[in-house]
Design a protein around this ligand. Structure first.
Ligand SMILES: [Zn+2]
Length: 448
């Protein structure tokens, strides 16, 4: 059975052949960390975790490198940090710790590297200077812009008609742009925004555009060309289109990644998820009611390229299915997929078929394969049992993060800023951390 993946760039399912079977490389666009992650954010994390597990099974765990970046330079981050009166690093440290705790509860393995944009400013500047030197970018009014007409085959990933791309790019109208489609690589920082010394002889401090972050981080951690680039379908244009333009023009390569994979949209009970519709669901809230593994199975019940309709009914059905699997499975087995399940996954991660295969294993002959398959897919029996006993699933907390928050709370108390100290205590409570204050100081425990 050949391993096939659907490639958004060529619009076809193709046999996967790694550039180097001793180092299979995958990059997935990670979250912009300014608040608790929502269930739409959970979808790519679960889908690409499954792909990571499959790659490790096929090529050996030590031969796969999975990089998922953290965007920590962003207008929303700046605004939220200013709102809370904390530094950008403090905000992103705590929101990222929350994100990590959530996705760990969803049974996702940590990637091999989780680079932060703010740690890769030097690489971004190198890329920008290279693009300017090669005639693919230009400086205008303290900005550096990518010149879209300098790349004759720009637009192949999204295959949008030119006028649509221009309309999309016009969202950001600016008189200094030579062409409407040109996009920002670097821009000046306002005085209250984070800024770094600018490239290309620009004298005012500035900050990178969003797209250049991923070109720089994938280059640093995976090289000029790598195997798989993934993310949500909403990232195809302009984000991934522009990543391709930057990387290919900087390195003079035919492709940035050999396979481009995108997961479909997520709706809630048949409607678009939005704050204004009041159906905005954060992972943390789902985990109050359901074990992470049920959420994981519910997400994998729909094929990753299809739109998913997130419903309570879907969660109930996933819980029933998962209980049925664990009831039928042997208690001990080596974590490896049953042959039928593996074949389904090799066909562009056909998880609905894999799950159907698992139902077929619910018999005396299949119980060992079923147990191995559950382990391979990242499902944990103990988690489900705890939940059935009425215990809320434990959310992993990072000790350093908790202690940092406690010292911030102590500082607030010392300054008699009770509102701030209460806010931090409530935030910790939402993370499942209970504080006890005494004359000797503050101790904490994870409340179960
Ligand atoms: Zn990206």
């Amino acid at each position: 059975m050949e391993f096939k993946l659907y490639d958004t760039l060529s619009r076809e399912k193709r046999v996967f052949r790694p550039l180097d079977a001793h180092n299979v490389r995958m990059y997935v666009c990670g979250p912009t960390v300014y608040d608790l992650a929502h269930i739409g954010n959970a979808r790519p994390v679960i889908v690409f975790d499954l792909l990571y597990r499959l790659l490790r099974h096929l090529y050996g765990a030590e031969h796969v490198t999975y990089v998922r970046n953290i965007t920590d330079v962003d207008d929303k981050i700046n605004a939220r940090a200013a709102e809370q009166g904390i530094s950008i690093r403090e905000l992103t440290e705590s929101t990222y710790a929350n994100f990590k705790a959530d996705v760990t509860a969803l049974g996702c393995l940590p990637p091999n590297a989780e680079p932060r944009a703010t740690d890769h400013i030097a690489e971004m500047k190198m890329l920008i200077e290279r693009l300017v030197a090669g005639g693919h970018a230009y400086v205008a009014e303290d900005h550096v812009l990518f010149s879209v007409p300098s790349m004759p085959d720009y637009g192949r990933l999204s295959k949008r008609p030119l006028d649509e791309m221009i309309a999309g790019a016009r969202v950001d109208v600016a008189p200094y742009k030579r062409h409407d489609q040109d996009f920002v690589l670097w821009k000046p920082s306002k005085t209250d925004e984070p800024g770094w010394p600018s490239p290309c002889g620009i004298s005012t401090p500035g900050r990178p555009g969003w797209h250049i972050e991923c070109s720089a981080m994938s280059w640093k951690h995976l090289g000029e060309t790598f195997d798989i680039h993934g993310g949500g379908i909403d990232l195809v244009f302009p984000h991934h289109e522009n990543e391709i333009a930057q990387s290919r023009c900087a390195f003079h390569t035919g492709v940035m990644a050999n396979v481009w994979m995108h997961n479909g949209f997520l709706q809630v009970e048949g409607e678009k998820m939005s704050k204004s519709l009041g159906n905005f669901i954060v992972i943390r809230d789902v985990l109050k009611d359901w074990p992470g593994d049920v959420v994981r199975l519910a997400m994998l019940t729909t094929h990753y390229r299809q739109p998913i309709n997130w419903t309570v009914k879907g969660l109930q059905e996933a819980e029933k299915a998962l209980s049925g699997f664990f009831d039928a499975a042997a208690s001990e087995a080596e974590a490896r997929p049953a042959p039928g399940v593996l074949d389904a996954l090799l066909d562009d991660l056909n998880t609905p078929k894999a799950i159907a295969e698992m139902h077929a294993l619910k018999n005396a002959a299949g119980r060992k394969s079923l147990a191995g398959t559950l382990g391979f897919l990242g499902f944990r029996q103990s988690e489900l049992e705890d939940w059935k006993r009425g215990q809320t699933p434990a959310i992993a907390v990072e000790v350093a993060d908790v202690e940092r928050r406690i010292s911030a709370r102590n500082a607030a108390r010392a300054a008699k800023n009770w509102a701030e100290s209460d806010r931090i205590r409530d935030e910790l409570a939402a993370m499942g951390v209970k504080l006890t204050d005494s004359k000797d100081g503050t101790t904490w425990e994870v409340a179960r």
